[in-house]
Ligand binder design. Structure first.
Ligand SMILES: NC(=O)c1ccc[n+]([C@@H]2O[C@H](COP(=O)([O-])OP(=O)(O)OC[C@H]3O[C@@H](n4cnc5c(N)ncnc54)[C@H](O)[C@@H]3O)[C@@H](O)[C@H]2O)c1
Ligand SMILES: [Zn+2]
Length: 688
């Protein structure tokens, strides 16, 4: 039996890392099924050992998709995740229990769970004021300019009401296929594309992606009286205001005689008694492959609004709703061959080339097999007929062998040498590695990683162009991108003046990327975006401080940083001592890349008067509108800004109409600062 504390620690750490990959990078490394399994296991352990439950457990909070690059806004309504069930029977039991415990008779509404990006639309007097991402549930990113490009989001409502509306932004499958066909690096699924698009900084780029929206909750704000007592009436009202409401709906309860129930504005619900919920879920599940968009489940919600409030919320989800998550879509195909790929870190990954098959909205022909152990567990060889799933609609996986191939080939085995450079492979943990840093496939991988959209994002330079540069012998490492003679491209097929100029400008432009992008783009093992952020936050604000730590063997200093373990610290510093990596860093530095954070003028000049302090903000301000601007000032001066009052908060900036946060801050003895004092602290060097 593993020690429960250790298991809780390790599961929490895993989930936090996966959340970062999923929400921030839009690049999950595990399937949703795997994520949900670990999440459920953690929940189970915490139930058994409540004393071991951490105050910041991933089960207590919404996974955050907040981006530091976009302004933050506080939500005025609860914006949470959903509790989950994995079978119709589980949902039935939840419906029965919820109905039984209620003080009044309940009905339930069933909606499709659209697999897109969550958004909250705030309208003031009938006009769209703000579009805000879910963020961490309390604070989201303001993406109003992007939201305004979505045609199905009404800019003005049919009535001058102030209302907050929750919805899901998504990309229809046919449009996704069209857009993806043009990409050098295709997106894994429509959800990643939609979520990534919403957080772009140029709304002109957003406007080119035909995003759509379905809305599913509405909250009248402040002074306006809540005119409805049932959810289906809210949906009907949202439709009448001009919103798009998904028409595939169900409503169940003793008063719902069925089979169809219509509202005034023309919404149609399948209806019936409570017992009809289960069969309805099954029917919707069967019908989902014909939809023009992806759903990953159904949401079952209490229809009566007053009982909803009595049921309340956890920090993670409302107690009045549950998501029925579908099993991942599966298909049967044949393994035509098993190849190996050499990654940028030298890791060797076997990949099954399967007969192309359509699963959950896209065609799959390559499936990763991870490593030798994985293949042995499946007892897989080329020629086998296999079940393939798209787990969590993200990563295709071979689930099992259905029938062995005719040739009765032995289970596939890893080659002894690297297919790219011929070096002997070595085994580290479960994976094989090629340890030759000059291995052509590794170099190719590092260059492609460096130029990719979420790294240095070099305009005009995609993997295909990069391949030409390497094949022509112009570039043999990332540092060469900044020194090769672009004229030499002249005359190559596909390289006109215009294209070459575009590449030149893209490369020049990339020199402006901040240190926190440059550092992880180097492709140093264990030094990804998260680690880079942690290091910079912890005071390693330039490359020299890191190189110094490497030379002085200060592994412990790094390991002390919350979120960086001993192993990671050792691995990062070892790489930074590698003469080859050092040479690369020097070359890139000479080329003019940023190896120091705080690159802007204002940044450098501002005194770091808030260093080590944690600020929270509440109320409204004369000089900071929205109030997130005030927190920007804090961050620019080295402070941290958080969305809620906890023990770690050192200062509360309190404006007009401050309420519960102010009270809580007083109770905790947190230093309270008003607008006048804040302005004095900032001094004359205001950003905005
Ligand atoms: N693979 C990974 O690494 C990884 C990491 C993190 C999360 N995840 C996946 O994400 C899930 C948790 O993420 P989450 O909290 O963003 O989503 P969720 O599955 O808990 O669902 C909640 C969301 O559903 C959306 N939604 C769509 N239609 C809706 C409707 N009709 N009514 C209400 N809500 C509706 C809303 O945006 C809401 O925020 C996990 O269960 C897992 O499947 C995967
Ligand atoms: Zn090699």
């Amino acid at each position: 039996m593993p020690d429960p504390k250790q298991e809780i620690d390790s599961l929490s750490e895993k989930l936090l890392a996966w959340q970062h990959e999923y929400y921030q990078l839009a690049r999950p490394s595990v399937s949703d099924t795997e994520y949900d399994r670990v999440f459920d296991r953690l929940q189970e352990l915490e139930k058994k050992h409540p004393e071991l439950k951490k105050p910041d457990s991933p089960t207590l909070r919404v996974g955050s998709d907040l981006s530091a690059e976009l302004p933050e806004v506080e939500h005025t309504i609860p914006v949470l995740s959903l509790d989950k069930a994995y079978s119709a029977a589980e949902v039935d039991a939840w419906v029965a229990k919820t109905a039984k415990n209620a003080e009044e008779e309940l009905s339930f509404v069933v909606e499709e769970k659209i697999d897109g990006a969550s958004i909250v639309l705030y309208y003031e007097n009938g006009v769209l004021a703000r579009g805000v991402t879910r963020g961490n549930g309390r604070v989201g990113n303001d993406v109003s300019a992007n939201i305004r490009t979505i045609r199905s989001v009404p800019l003005r409502l049919s009535q001058p009401v102030s209302i907050a509306v929750r919805g899901e932004v998504f990309l229809p499958l046919d449009r996704f296929d069209e857009i993806n066909a043009e990409q050098e690096v295709p997106f894994a699924n429509p959800r990643n594309l939609a979520a990534g698009t919403l957080r772009r900084k140029k709304s002109s780029e957003v406007a080119r992606v035909p995003l759509e929206i379905f809305v599913y909750e509405g909250y009248m704000s402040g002074s306006e009286e809540e005119p409805f007592d049932q959810h289906h009436l809210v949906l009907d009202y949202l439709l009448s205001l001009g919103f798009k409401v998904n028409p595939r709906l169900g409503i169940f309860g003793s008063a719902c005689e069925g089979p169809v129930f219509r509202t005034g504005s023309g919404l149609e619900f399948s209806s019936g008694p409570l017992e009809a919920v289960g069969p309805f879920l099954e029917r919707m599940n069967r019908g989902r492959s014909g939809l023009g968009y992806e759903i990953d489940g159904l949401v079952i919600k209490v229809n009566e609004l007053a009982p909803r409030e009595r049921l309340g919320y956890t920090g993670h989800h409302p107690r009045w709703a549950i998501a029925y998550k579908f099993e991942s879509p599966q298909a049967v195909s044949t393994v035509e061959s098993i190849d190996v790929q050499v990654g940028r870190t030298g890791r060797i990954t076997p990949v099954a080339r399967i007969k192309p098959v359509r699963i959950g909205g896209s065609t799959v022909s390559n499936v990763t097999l991870h490593n030798q152990q994985y293949i042995e567990a499946l007892e897989l060889s080329a020629g086998d007929q296999v079940a393939v799933s798209k787990r969590g609609d993200v990563i295709p996986a071979v689930e099992k062998v259905i029938e062995k191939g005719e040739s009765s080939a032995p289970v596939w085995a890893m080659p002894e040498t690297c297919p790219s450079c011929g070096e002997d492979l070595s085994l580290r943990g479960a994976h094989h590695f090629c340890t030759n840093r000059r291995c052509p496939d590794q170099v190719r991988g590092r260059i492609n990683f460096f130029i990719a959209r979420d790294q240095m994002d070099i305009d005009g330079l995609g993997p295909e162009t990069a391949a030409v540069l390497m094949d022509e012998g112009l570039v043999a490492g990332i540092e060469d991108l900044y020194t090769f003679e672009t004229e030499k491209l002249n005359g190559l097929p596909g390289f006109g003046e215009k294209k070459i100029d575009l590449i030149r400008r893209g490369i020049e432009e990339s020199k402006k990327r901040p240190f926190r992008i440059v550092l992880p783009s180097l492709g140093i093992p264990d030094l990804g975006q998260k680690a880079a952020e942690l290091l910079i936050e912890a005071g390693f604000r330039d490359i020299d401080s890191l190189l110094e730590a490497a030379d002085n063997r200060q592994e412990e200093r790094l390991a002390e940083i919350h979120g960086i373990g001993e192993k990671t610290a050792a691995s990062i510093l070892e790489s930074l001592r590698d003469p080859e990596i050092r040479g690369q860093i020097d070359a890139l530095r000479r080329a003019g890349l940023n190896f120091r954070e705080e690159e802007t003028e204002t940044h450098r000049q501002l005194p770091r008067i808030f260093e080590g302090q944690v600020w929270c903000v509440t109320g409204s301000f004369e000089n900071f509108k929205p109030r997130s601007k005030a927190m920007e000032e804090v961050k620019l001066r080295g402070g941290r800004a958080v969305g809620s009052i906890t023990g770690s908060v050192s200062h509360l900036l309190a404006g007009e109409g401050a309420g519960s946060k102010l009270k809580k801050a007083r109770e905790l003895g947190i230093r309270i600062v008003d607008e006048d004092e804040f302005l004095k602290l900032l001094g004359p060097e205001r950003e905005s």
